[in-house]
Design a protein around this ligand. Structure first.
Ligand code: IPD
Ligand code: CA
Ligand code: CA
Ligand code: CA
Length: 262
């Protein structure tokens, strides 16, 4: 594959942030951890990785703005381009020593995600996509799974948790979906859920209550892998609403129909 200059910059920045996370993961007991809300943690590992991404991307594209999970929004001279960054997706996993987390960097043009990189530094898996150029995992083309029936599918989902979400509704959704699929999973890292759908590992994924940085990169990667992406009202306001459902055309449609009935 031929990588664009922009993608080369994104991949290098994400790799550098990933190295910082791996170093901190090795000494996770020494990190300073604070709480942003109930069951919502942040550590100096998150902040260090975010600083690396911000520095590297600013060097390469000094005019672009940012939406940073930890640092907030920063306007750039170029009003149409914004990096949307989750320096450490899966912080709770990370802080528990669970090796399931990722760096996620999306680029939005006029609010629409057009390029994305998701990197799992533990497995050294780099998922990349640019609009119109296909999706790749470590330079090999990836596609969403081709399964046509939910009964053969492994579906990932988010879960409501302390301080967030509608437990009764999730109970109804679980009761509707779990008996009809091959397996239901919860990784704790939404960016990886999206990357794994793009790679055909999961057949589908849905979650509510997400933030733009959890989804921006993954939206491009899933779409470029031939997948379908929408919000839970079947529209395309994922970033504004914070909910998302993805899969191939059939699985996304059928899963959404079941969730709406539940
Ligand atoms: C979280 C993860 C998790 C999802 C949460 C997110 P963070 O991101 O993506 O899977 O369920 O809603 O906040 O805080 O670890 O970057
Ligand atoms: Ca967080
Ligand atoms: Ca996240
Ligand atoms: Ca995060």
């Amino acid at each position: 594959m031929i990588r664009s200059p922009l993608m080369t910059v994104m991949v290098a920045a994400v790799r550098k942030a990933g190295r910082s996370l791996v170093r901190d993961f090795g000494e996770v007991e020494n990190l300073q951890v604070s709480m942003k809300g109930p069951a919502d943690f942040v550590s100096n590992a998150d902040r260090k990785a975010e600083r690396i991404l911000q520095e590297e991307l600013t060097k390469a594209r000094p005019n672009f703005g940012f939406i940073l999970e930890e640092g907030g929004d920063i306007d750039g001279a170029d009003e149409s381009h914004r990096w949307i960054i989750d320096p450490l997706d899966g912080t709770t996993n990370f802080l528990h020593g669970i090796p399931l987390f990722a760096v996620s960097v999306g680029l939005a043009r006029d609010g629409v995600p057009v390029a994305g990189v998701i990197y799992n530094p533990i497995t050294d898996e780099m998922y990349i996509a640019e609009k119109g150029a296909g999706a790749f995992l470590n330079d090999r083309r990836i596609r969403v799974a081709a399964r046509r029936s939910l009964s053969e599918s492994v579906i990932s989902c988010g879960l409501p948790h302390m301080g967030r979400g509608d437990f009764a509704r999730f109970g109804r959704e679980y009761a509707a979906i779990a008996p009809r699929v091959s397996g239901l999973r919860r990784t704790g890292a939404a960016a990886l859920d999206l990357a794994w759908v793009a790679a055909g590992r999961f057949d589908g994924f849905w979650e509510r209550g997400l933030s733009p940085w959890d989804m921006a990169a993954g939206i491009v990667i899933v779409r470029e892998a031939g997948g379908y992406v929408s919000d839970l009202d079947d529209g395309d306001k994922m970033l504004a609403k914070g909910d998302i459902i993805v899969g191939n055309e059939i699985i996304r449609r059928d899963l959404l129909a079941m969730l709406r009935k539940a």
